[in-house]
Design a protein around this ligand. Structure first.
Ligand SMILES: [Zn+2]
Ligand SMILES: [Zn+2]
Ligand SMILES: [Zn+2]
Length: 164
């Protein structure tokens, strides 16, 4: 059977509606706790990011929002919504793709570490306890103050390897 950290992918049959509703419920909680407001646009952007387990770029978000509504939201509004979601740990930015992915556990503040399939573009968020302690340890040894931990490992996922 699959490891629990990798079972939640579009390839393994799973109830993605559940992923989305869990993510929205977690977002409501995080915002309530920090006194932040999950406005309808912020919520919609979060839903769109959660459309799949593939990181989504800001332009794709803008396009989708424009298709849904004749009043195309101004790009700065959408960028601000993304900033908000990022600040509250609801989405992670994938630097190498300049795209965003929903975080399944926003209640704990953390930086995301990812395996990214370059074939199907699915990004798997790694369990924090895997890499974070190693980073902290070497940083401590060198008296280094860590500001960002960009860990984006690219390759081919199991599903795509099987299909090849
Ligand atoms: Zn899902
Ligand atoms: Zn995360
Ligand atoms: Zn793949």
């Amino acid at each position: 059977m699959n490891d629990s950290t990798i079972s939640d992918t579009p390839h393994c049959p799973h109830d993605h509606e559940q992923c989305v509703s869990d993510a929205l419920a977690a977002a409501e909680q995080v915002c309530e706790r920090s006194g932040a407001r999950l406005t309808p646009l912020r919520k919609r952007v979060l839903e769109l990011v959660w459309q799949s387990h593939r990181p989504m770029g800001a332009y794709d978000l803008l396009d989708t929002l424009a298709r849904e509504d004749d009043r195309r939201p101004a790009p700065p509004t959408v960028y601000r919504a993304l900033d908000f979601l990022q600040e509250h740990g609801l989405v992670h930015r994938i630097a190498s793709l300049n795209a965003f992915i929903g975080c399944p556990s926003p209640e704990h503040n953390h930086q995301g570490h990812f395996l990214i399939c370059r074939h199907c573009r699915v990004a798997f968020e790694l369990d924090q306890s895997l890499i974070q302690p190693a980073i902290s340890k070497v940083a401590r040894q060198r008296g280094f103050s860590v500001e960002a931990e960009t860990v984006e490992i690219t390759g081919i996922c199991a599903h795509c390897r099987e299909a090849a």
